[in-house]
Design a binder for this molecule. Sequence first.
Ligand SMILES: [Zn+2]
Length: 199
Amino acid sequence: MALSMLQKMVLDILREPPTRLINFCIASSVAINPTSFNRVHGEIANGRIDVISAGITQSGKLIREDAWFSRDERRIYINEKLAQSAQFGFNTSALILHECVHVYTFLTNPSLSLGDDEATAFLTQCLYGLMKNPNYRQGVDSINDPKTRQIFSAAINIIDTWGLLSRTTLSLSKQAVASLYLALSNHDQYRDVYVPMAA
Ligand SMILES: [Zn+2]
């Protein structure tokens, strides 16, 4: 099967050095490590998970989101305004890696709670972003929507507090990640997230 340019660009992100340094899990939920990304790489390379760019003339969701994973269609959508360039910026790559985490949880633990799924995806996204470019931190500070900024700030705080950037592997307790569940639950898009009790 011939892979599209877009598929190859996503496969490249999964094999990048920063991606391969990510190694953590939240409590007993899905572990994210090189094996996880190898699995997603294989699914995309074999065409079992599709990657396409989406235009602004399609459904409302296509207009709002920059990238998302559709479980029903087994397909990662990337907004065509981002997919046009021959190379993704680090913010876009980080976002696509977030969607690849959703692919992995869909394949391995489809009943994972929304909170665990999103917390794992946002921590992965921020870990990649911080390793890829030190300016990622400033970028998060300048996110306009306060509820979205709160999610990213919480994720980066957790990364700093637990030293995720300098550890080879780490299992985070639910309490350690509670601020991220709380930030998610305050956001309209993730209001169903269950916030675990503080220790
Ligand atoms: Zn997500």
